[in-house]
Write a protein that binds this ligand. Structure first.
Ligand SMILES: Cc1cc2nc3c(=O)[nH]c(=O)nc-3n(C[C@H](O)[C@H](O)[C@H](O)COP(=O)(O)OP(=O)(O)OC[C@H]3O[C@@H](n4cnc5c(N)ncnc54)[C@H](O)[C@@H]3O)c2cc1C
Length: 446
């Protein structure tokens, strides 16, 4: 297996005949500017298009070439054992609203996918634990409290010894790129148009200025530092996926609640086994550990692809969807999906479209990015940033100047503070940095 420079080994998701879009040429004007053509930006555009609100989506490369192309694409409202935690932190009503928003999202996918060739399949989802039955029991009763049926089962059809699993029925899996290719047809999209700077009434790109009343930042990690404090209230977590042929295929989707964060689903004849994650820029996990596990669990199987990607993790397990900062009335964001971005992207599109229409939406306060953020993880993030800011090595990250760490397994330079990644020649692979790496560590302006 090759290693190095931002390799993408993922050939699992193929879009078929994905549409291509022009680039911006010269200045233009619109009502809503969406920045970022991953699943989140595309679903926002799809909703605005249906609501007949004038909008333009700009993507710095091609659509769905960011995190979305390397997802494992399970669509569910059961984001790990989350509801017991949400009830304890936010109370029964907010937990119920979180569930409802994600159930609506799953329902919406079901409707759209009826007419789309995107390998959408209903599957039950199991969150299992190898050692903590009481966590599973608590989750089942939390789900009952908010009106959702779930079952505690003893066994699951994986070559693992578990103490039980929470089973929720009729969730789904699909091919995200086929889905994205379908919904993006006919939308107002400009590709190869990178936003360099965001102002009060628009954005400057490499190819002209876009004047807009409202702006939605759907760039995965938000690219503006001076509002919202996302660099403090979020970090990125990197995970690994190996696609196997010849492994016994589970009929269902399985997620590990213990430390390795494993997930299992099939896509056609392939088993996608993910996990062994770690904070981006820090040591731990990786392809080697995942490959060792594969040998143990599926000795007869053959590895056909491997890929890695990362997602933004929030302080309290709830995404940040809504007004970007307290004092930015026309600037919006959707981020922090905690590795559950399929359903969350749809939730974001529903909320943000209603906000554009000035319509009430019961979920606005639940996902508000300005909610109370006093949380021990805030200190961990601040400490991580402080240590890496004073570490006296080069190269530095152009985002905020943290010392980059070399990731031997993938041959990249990764930022432990906020998760930006660069190839050995300095090309930007993952944000929030918007610039390539410069050896002398000059900072970018945002
Ligand atoms: C290993 C792994 C497995 C996962 N599996 C699942 C799963 O099973 N189910 C699930 O629900 N979620 C899953 N997720 C999470 C999910 O994949 C992500 O949350 C989701 O894909 C994020 O989509 P996005 O549109 O927000 O980001 P992206 O897809 O990264 O889109 C952001 C876009 O913005 C563009 N952009 C950035 N900066 C600029 C700029 N300055 N100008 C113009 N464009 C710009 C980028 O090029 C990019 O295309 C998983 C995540 C990981 C890490």
């Amino acid at each position: 297996m090759h290693k190095g420079e931002g390799y993408n080994f993922n050939k699992v998701w193929q879009a078929g005949n994905a549409p291509h879009f022009e680039s911006l040429s010269g200045d233009i004007e619109t009502d809503v500017l969406i920045i970022g053509g991953g699943l989140t930006g595309l679903l926002c555009a799809y909703k605005l298009n249906n609501a007949r609100i004038p909008y333009i989506l700009v993507e710095k490369g091609g659509i769905c070439q960011g995190i979305t192309q390397n997802t494992t694409a399970k669509i569910t409202f059961q984001h790990g054992l989350i509801y017991d935690k949400l009830i304890r932190k936010f109370g029964v009503e907010k937990a119920r609203l979180y569930l409802e928003a994600n159930c609506t999202s799953l329902e919406r996918y079901r409707e759209i996918c009826k007419n789309v060739d995107c390998d959408f399949e209903e599957r039950d989802l199991f969150i299992y634990s190898t050692k903590n039955l009481s966590k599973l029991e608590k989750e089942v009763s939390a789900l009952e409290k908010i009106g959702q049926q779930a079952q505690l089962v003893k066994d699951i059809p994986l070559p693992l010894s578990v103490c039980g699993a929470v089973k929720v029925s009729s969730q789904a899996q699909f091919n995200p790129l086929k889905f994205a290719a379908h919904i993006s047809k006919g939308l107002n999209i400009l590709e190869n148009t990178k936003v360099l700077e965001i102002g009060k009434r628009g954005a400057r790109t490499e190819r002209g200025i876009i004047h807009a009343e409202k702006i939605i930042v759907a760039t995965h990690f938000p690219i503006i530092n001076k509002h919202g404090g996302y660099f403090l209230k979020m970090y990125q977590h990197r995970s690994y996926v190996i696609a196997l042929k010849g492994a016994s295929l589970p009929y269902g989707m399985y997620v590990d609640e213990d430390e390795n964060d494993l997930s299992f689903r099939n896509y056609k004849e392939l088993l996608l086994l993910g996990g062994m994650g770690h904070r981006t820029g820090k040591k731990g996990g990786g392809f080697d550990s995942l490959a060792s596990l594969v040998k143990k669990l599926y000795p007869q199987s053959k590895e056909v692809y491997r890929f890695a990607t990362q997602d933004c993790m929030t302080l309290d397990g709830m995404p940040y969807i809504g007004q970007y900062g307290k004092n930015t009335p026309n600037l919006y964001v959707a981020t922090g999906f905690n590795k559950w971005g399929m359903s969350s992207a749809m939730v974001a599109a529903n909320i943000l479209c209603d906000m554009m229409l000035k319509k009430d939406n019961p979920y606005i306060s639940v996902f508000s990015p300005s909610r109370n953020m006093l949380h021990p993880k805030l200190l961990v993030n601040a400490l991580e940033a402080s240590i890496n800011l004073i570490t006296p090595t080069v190269p530095r990250c152009p985002h905020m100047g943290c010392a980059l760490k070399f990731n031997k397994e993938e041959g990249t330079w990764d930022c432990p503070c906020h998760g930006s990644r660069f190839s050995p020649d300095g090309t930007l692979l993952d944000g929030p940095s918007t610039d390539d790496k410069r050896p002398l560590g000059k900072r970018q302006r945002t």
